[in-house]
Design a protein around this ligand. Structure first.
Ligand SMILES: *[C@@H]1O[C@H](CO)[C@@H](O)[C@H](O)[C@H]1NC(C)=O
Ligand SMILES: *[C@@H]1O[C@H](CO)[C@@H](O)[C@H](O)[C@H]1NC(C)=O
Ligand SMILES: *[C@@H]1O[C@H](CO)[C@@H](O)[C@H](O)[C@H]1NC(C)=O
Ligand SMILES: *[C@@H]1O[C@H](CO)[C@@H](O)[C@H](O)[C@H]1NC(C)=O
Ligand SMILES: *[C@@H]1O[C@H](CO)[C@@H](O)[C@H](O)[C@H]1NC(C)=O
Ligand SMILES: *[C@@H]1O[C@H](CO)[C@@H](O)[C@H](O)[C@H]1NC(C)=O
Ligand SMILES: *[C@@H]1O[C@H](CO)[C@@H](O)[C@H](O)[C@H]1NC(C)=O
Ligand SMILES: *[C@@H]1O[C@H](CO)[C@@H](O)[C@H](O)[C@H]1NC(C)=O
Ligand SMILES: *[C@@H]1O[C@H](CO)[C@@H](O)[C@H](O)[C@H]1NC(C)=O
Length: 653
C-alpha cells in the first residue's frame, strides 16, 4: 500500500465552489513517501525516491505483476561466464551477511557485468531453476532460450543487494527492513531525504506505543579508506540536530515549539561523511539531566533496558542509545553525550562499550547544551573493534599511540570486596590487565594524595573544593543557555504561558539560581581548573611522550546491582553533589571509557527467577589519550580479556 502524506476530507464529495477555486489557486503537492510492504512475512519500506532505473533493450511484458513494486536482486559479476553455481554462492553470501535480503527478492534478478574487459563476451548461463524467480535481466550476453532472460541497462550503477522495482516505470527503490522499536529506545525513525537531510520515517508496523525504524541493506556498503564506517547503522540521542527533523531534548513543548532544524550537527555530519547511516533519534533524559524512570520521566516514557528481567533502569541521560544498542542486532553503534556520566551510566547499566572522550574532542554545535565547559559526545557499541574504529574515525585532532602505559592506578576503596561475585570478577580482570601491560597495580588514594600535594590556596579536603562544582556548572549553565531562551520563545508563541518541564531539570535549574546563579558559575569553573591542573601534575593524569598517558586509572562503574524501574525514589531537589571517581573526567577533561567485564546474578522481584546484571570497568587516562585507550581496549578484546556482548537479557548467554 502506498503511504501518501495528504489530507483526506470525509465530506470531500461536497466541496463548495469557493473551496474548489481556492484549491486550484494553490499548486497541489502530493508526495509519494514510499511504500510499506511485507514480503514473506517481513516488513519493508521502499523509499519514495528512486535510486536508479532499469530499461530492457526490447519490449517485454513488464506487467507480469499487478503490483506497484516487485522485489529485485542486483548481482554483479566480473567473470566471463556467470553460472547457476555462482548465483547460488552469491545468494547464500547475501543471506548470511544481511538481514534485509531474503530469497523473496529473487522474483526479479538483474545480473550486471562490472569487470574491466568490455572487449570480450560475457555470458550468463543459468541452467538450474531459481526458486520464486519470474524474470532475469542482464547487462551481458546470454543464451536466449530462456523466455524471461532479457538484456537490460541500468541508468546508474547500484551496489549488489535487494531492491524494489516498479514494473510500470522501471524505477528502482532501495529496500529497508522495518523493525518495531519494542524497547522504546527511539523517539523517531529517520531516513535520508537523499538531499543532505532527513525525514521522519513515513511508515509504521505493529507494536504497542512503539515507533518503527528502517534500516537499509548491509550489502549496499563497503568500507573504504575514505569511508571506514560505511554502512554502520547508527541512532543518535535526540539532543543532536538532524536537518529536516525537530529536536525534542526529551521535552514535548520544546519539540512542538521549534521547527525542523535546517542544519545537521557537524559532529554527526562527520560520522555521515565517514559512511555511517543514521536510522533515527533516540530517547534522552529531559535536556540530558538525570531523571529516574519511575516518576521523573513525565513527558516521554523511559526506554527499556533489556538486561536481566527487562525492568531495570537504563541509566541516563543517554538512555535510548544505551538501551537500543543492547537490544537490537540490527543497530551497530549509537551516539550519546556525557556531561557528568550520561554515556558511562547507560554503558554500565546495559553492559556495553561507552566512552566519555576528552572534553573538547569534538565540536558540539547544533547540540542542546547542558554545560558548554563539560559537554562531550560519545559512542556506544557491543564490541571493541567497531567501537574503536568509530572513535578513530570520528574525533579529529587526536594523536594515535600504539604503546601502552606501564602504570596502573588502583584505588582500593573504589572496589567491592573480593569475596563478592562482582568483586572477584573485577579482581580477576585487573590481574589480567596487569599481565597484559606487564606491570603491577599501584595502590593510590586520591583524597590523601590531594591532602599532601594540593595547591596552597585550595582546601585540604578535595571534596570541599568540588562538592558543588558540577552542580553549579550544569544547573546554572543550562538555565542560561537553554531554559531562559526556551521560556522566552515559548511565552511569545503561547500567550505568556510557561512550558511543562520535568521535575528533575526544573529543580536543578532552581537550585542553581538559589545558590548564586551566574556568579557561582565562574567560581565553579575556577575550582574545576584548580583540580585539572593538579590532576595533570601531582595527580594521576600526567601525560607521557611514549604512551600518551603515564598510567591508566581503573575503577568499577557498575557492580551488577539491580536498579528496578518500578521503585520510587525521593522527589528530586538538587543536582548531584560530592566528589567520586566518575567526576575525575568531568573536572580534569580526561577520557573515561567504560567496558563490559561480566555479569552477576540477582533474584528478580519481577520474574521470580535468577537474572543477571552487568559488571563494568572504567579506564581513565591523561587528557587527549582517547586513541591510546581505544587501541588498548581493542587489543584487550583481541586477547579475550574483554569480550563483545550480545543483545538481550544476557550479555554472555
Ligand atoms: C499486460 O500485458 C498484456 C500482454 O502483454 C496486455 O495485453 C495487457 O493489456 C497489459 N495490461 C496492462 C494493465 O497493461
Ligand atoms: C573479480 O572481482 C573479485 C572480487 O572483487 C576479484 O577478487 C577478482 O580478482 C576479479 N576478477 C577479475 C577477472 O577481474
Ligand atoms: C537556520 O535556522 C537558524 C535558526 O532558525 C537561522 O538563524 C539560520 O539563518 C537558518 N539557516 C539557513 C541556512 O537557513
Ligand atoms: C582541529 O584542528 C583544526 C586545525 O587546528 C581546528 O580548526 C579545528 O577546530 C579542530 N577541531 C576540533 C574539534 O578541535
Ligand atoms: C584493600 O581493601 C581490602 C578490604 O576491602 C583490605 O582487606 C585490603 O587490605 C586492602 N588492601 C590495600 C592494599 O589497601
Ligand atoms: C573530606 O570531607 C568529606 C565530607 O565532609 C569527608 O567524608 C571525608 O572524610 C573528608 N576527607 C578527608 C581526607 O578528610
Ligand atoms: C555539599 O553541598 C551540599 C549543598 O550545599 C551540602 O548540603 C552538603 O552537606 C555538602 N556536602 C559535603 C560533603 O560537603
Ligand atoms: C570552590 O572552592 C571553594 C574552596 O576553595 C569552595 O568553598 C566553594 O564551595 C567551591 N565552589 C564551587 C561552586 O565549586
Ligand atoms: C537467590 O535466592 C536463592 C534461594 O533463596 C538463594 O540461595 C540465592 O543465594 C539468592 N541469590 C542471590 C544472588 O541473591
Amino acid at each position: 500500500m502506498a503511504i501518501l502524506r495528504g489530507i483526506s476530507h470525509p465530506a470531500g464529495m461536497f466541496i463548495t465552489a469557493f473551496f474548489f477555486y481556492s484549491l486550484i489557486s494553490t499548486a497541489t503537492a502530493l508526495i509519494d513517501n514510499g511504500k510499506l510492504v511485507s514480503l514473506n512475512g517481513l516488513d519493508y519500506w521502499a523509499g519514495g525516491i528512486a535510486a536508479s532505473e532499469l530499461s530492457p533493450s526490447r519490449n517485454i511484458n513488464w506487467n507480469w505483476s499487478s503490483a506497484d513494486i516487485v522485489p529485485l536482486t542486483i548481482v554483479k559479476t566480473n567473470g566471463t561466464i556467470f553460472s547457476s553455481n555462482e548465483l547460488e554462492k552469491t545468494i547464500s553470501e547475501f543471506q548470511s551477511s544481511d538481514d534485509v535480503f531474503s530469497p523473496g527478492f529473487m522474483e526479479v534478478i538483474f545480473i550486471e557485468y562490472n569487470g574491466d574487459d568490455h572487449e570480450i563476451d560475457h555470458t550468463v548461463e543459468l541452467n538450474a531453476e531459481i526458486p520464486g524467480n519470474k524474470l532475469v535481466l542482464t547487462s551481458s550476453k546470454h543464451n536466449d532460450h530462456k523466455p524471461l532472460l532479457v538484456h537490460a541497462n541500468l541508468r546508474k550503477s547500484l551496489p549488489n543487494g535487494p531492491y524494489f522495482l516498479s514494473p510500470r516505470t522501471g524505477e528502482i527503490f532501495k529496500a529497508f527492513r522495518v523493525y518495531s522499536d519494542h524497547q522504546l529506545a527511539f523517539t523517531e525513525g529517520a531516513v535520508s531525504d537523499e538531499n543532505d537531510g532527513f525525514m521522519s520515517l513515513p511508515a509504521l508496523t505493529e507494536g504497542a506505543m512503539t515507533k518503527s525504524v528502517a534500516v537499509p541493506s548491509r550489502l549496499y556498503y563497503t568500507p573504504t579508506a575514505d569511508k571506514p564506517l560505511a554502512g554502520l547503522r547508527c541512532g543518535v540521542k535526540d539532543i543532536f540536530d538532524l536537518k529536516g527533523l525537530r529536536t525534542s531534548g526529551g521535552n514535548r513543548a520544546f519539540y512542538d515549539l521549534y521547527p525542523e532544524r535546517n542544519t545537521t550537527a557537524p559532529s554527526i555530519e562527520r560520522l555521515i561523511d565517514a559512511g555511517v547511516v543514521i536510522v533515527g533519534k533516540m530517547g534522552t533524559v529531559q535536556f540530558a539531566n538525570g531523571d529516574n524512570p519511575t516518576a521523573d520521566w513525565v513527558d516521554f516514557h523511559c526506554p527499556f533496558n533489556p538486561r536481566g528481567d527487562g525492568y531495570q533502569a537504563p541509566g541516563g541521560s543517554s538512555s535510548g542509545p544505551g538501551a537500543g544498542i543492547a537490544s537490537y542486532d540490527w543497530l551497530d553503534i549509537t551516539i550519546g553525550s556525557d556531561t557528568g556520566g550520561s554515556m558511562r551510566s547507560p554503558g554500565s547499566m546495559q553492559g556495553v562499550f561507552a566512552n566519555r572522550p576528552s572534553t573538547g574532542a569534538i565540536g558540539l554545535d547544533n547540540v542542546l547544551p547542558l554545560c558548554k565547559d563539560l559537554d562531550t559526545a560519545g559512542v556506544f557499541a557491543r564490541d571493541a573493534e567497531t567501537w574503536s574504529s568509530t572513535i578513530h574515525a570520528w574525533y579529529p585532532n587526536l594523536t594515535n599511540y600504539e604503546k601502552y602505559p606501564e602504570r596502573i592506578f588502583y584505588q582500593n576503596a573504589s572496589f567491592p570486596d573480593h569475596s563478592t561475585e562482582a568483586g572477584s570478577m573485577l579482581e580477576r580482570f585487573v590481574q589480567k590487565v596487569e599481565k597484559f601491560l606487564g606491570s603491577q597495580r599501584e595502590y593510590v588514594d586520591i583524597a590523601e594524595r590531594w591532602e599532601e600535594t594540593h595547591p596552597k590556596n585550595a582546601p585540604s579536603n578535595v571534596t570541599d573544593l568540588l562538592n558543588t562544582t558540577y552542580a553549579i556548572l550544569t544547573s546554572v549553565g543550562q538555565y542560561r543557555s537553554l531554559a531562559l531562551p526556551f521560556y522566552a520563545d515559548y511565552a511569545a508563541e503561547n500567550d505568556g504561558r510557561h512550558p511543562f518541564i520535568n521535575p528533575g531539570p526544573l529543580k536543578r535549574w532552581k537550585w542553581g539560581q538559589d545558590n548564586g546563579g551566574d556568579s557561582s558559575y565562574d567560581v565553579a569553573l575556577r575550582n574545576k581548573t584548580v583540580f585539572r591542573e593538579w590532576w595533570e601534575t601531582d595527580g594521576y593524569g600526567k601525560p607521557s611522550k611514549e604512551a600518551c598517558s603515564e598510567g591508566v586509572y581503573l575503577y568499577p562503574y557498575s557492580k551488577g546491582e539491580p536498579q528496578y524501574r518500578n521503585v520510587y525514589f525521593d522527589a528530586p531537589t538538587a543536582p548531584p553533589m560530592g566528589f567520586k571517581d566518575g567526576r575525575i573526567s568531568n573536572m580534569a577533561d580526561v577520557p573515561d571509557f567504560v567496558v563490559p567485564v561480566g555479569e552477576v546474578s540477582y533474584n528478580s522481584t519481577v520474574s521470580y527467577k535468577t537474572e543477571y546484571m552487568p559488571v563494568t570497568m572504567s579506564f581513565v587516562a591523561a587528557r587527549g589519550c582517547d586513541l591510546m585507550l581505544a587501541n588498548l581496549i581493542r587489543d584487550l578484546q583481541a586477547v579475550e580479556i574483554i569480550k563483545p556482548v550480545n543483545t538481550g537479557s544476557r550479555m554472555y548467554p
